[in-house]
Ligand binder design. Structure first.
Ligand code: NAD
Length: 320
């Protein structure tokens, strides 16, 4: 039986990944500061602890492991990353985790390591035009991410690649573009735009108003969790190292997105644009390389994925 370790197994993507690996017959060890919040973990073993501490990383990454998935990070949506309030924490916490993990993977001679980077690595200058953002993989340099979160991700991509060159560590690196779905953060200050807007619509009256940060013309693309996991697994099975985009090319403005959620909810919602942290003007995945290398394309369109997510968030709002 293959053995996998999922770091960040108590988080959104990590908890779903554990389920996926179990369904594929893996023995899975999860590690995180906390257990998943919305359903019990399916990991065979779950270690609770702080991956900023070398001793916990030594315990979490054992010998004879086929695959390590490094998803643990100090992260959140625009309200967490773009206010500037959390910059030192984000850089210090995530860099410490990655420094320990890369080193321990070499010490324990693990088969392969997956590192989850982010679209936030891309230069701000290429994302000023909401209709034409540029996010091809090789446009990342000269580097100019618009957040410290993005700088840390870029540093850690280079960290894993340097461990690959100098210590023979087998790595796979993906740049996730806004992954969403059920059982993600929705009301704790770390929620990202899709969940935040689903929550606001779910909380609104049938003819209510929803506040949207910025002028609402900023664009994004959102990828459903199941599609993300398909891509991660394909990347880990193949020989292509990356860094490669894992995202959707279905770009939408945030106001249009809000109208889509409103339509799904059946409510007549008015949108009110207010000032708030928004990040770059436009961002959308560029999937040419992942399609060519892995033959992967998303299966869920935005409407289908948001229906699933809205339903789940509505239930959380009702239960509160
Ligand atoms: P998440 O916040 O739900 O999960 C991250 C997990 O890491 C959390 O459960 C958290 O408790 C854990 N963690 C943080 N610090 C820790 C520490 N010191 N010790 C142990 N555990 C710690 O985030 P997610 O959405 O599941 O994202 C997973 C990964 O993918 C992250 O690295 C994130 O940066 C990256 N990513 C996510 C997205 C997205 O849209 N969700 C986009 C780009 C990149």
């Amino acid at each position: 039986m293959k053995k996998a370790i999922v770091l960040g197994a108590g988080g959104f993507i990590g908890s779903h990944l554990v389920k996926r690996l179990k369904s594929e017959g893996y023995h899975v060890v999860g590690a995180d500061l906390k257990h998943p919040e919305y359903s019990p973990t399916q990991a065979d073993e779950f270690l609770t602890g702080d991956l900023r501490e070398a001793q916990f990383v030594e315990r979490a990454i054992s010998f004879q492991v086929d695959e390590v998935y490094q998803l643990a990070a100090d992260m959140g949506g625009a309200g967490y990353i773009f206010t500037g309030q959390n910059d030192a924490h984000v850089m210090h916490n995530s860099a410490l985790i990655n420094l320990h993990v890369a080193n321990e993977c070499v010490v324990k001679n693990v088969g392969k390591v997956f590192y989850s980077s982010s679209a936030c690595v891309y230069p701000e200058r290429n994302q000023m035009d909401p209709d034409n953002p540029k996010c091809e993989e090789n446009s990342v340099y000269p580097a100019e991410p618009d957040s410290e979160y993005g700088w840390e991700k870029l540093f850690s991509e280079r960290l894993y690649l340097s461990f690959s060159r100098n210590h023979g560590l087998s790595v796979r690196i993906a740049r996730f573009h806004n992954i969403y779905g059920p059982e993600g953060a929705w009301n704790n200050g770390k929620e990202k735009a899709p969940a935040a807007i689903c929550r606001k619509v779910a909380e609104a009256a049938d003819d209510g108003t929803v506040e949207v940060w910025g002028d609402g013309k900023q664009t994004r693309s959102f990828l459903y969790i199941d599609d993300c996991l398909d891509a991660v697994r394909l990347l880990m099975k193949g020989s292509f190292v990356g860094p490669v985009n894992i995202g959707s090319e279905e770009m939408i403005s945030i106001n249009e997105f809000t109208h889509l959620v409103a339509r799904i909810s059946g409510k007549k919602i008015a949108v009110k644009n207010i000032s708030g942290p928004t990040g770059v003007r436009g961002r959308c995945s560029d999937n040419r390389i992942i399609e060519a290398e892995l033959g992967w394309k998303p299966k869920f369109d935005l409407e289908r994925g948001i229906k699933e997510t809205f339903q789940w968030i509505s239930k959380q709002v009702e239960g509160k």
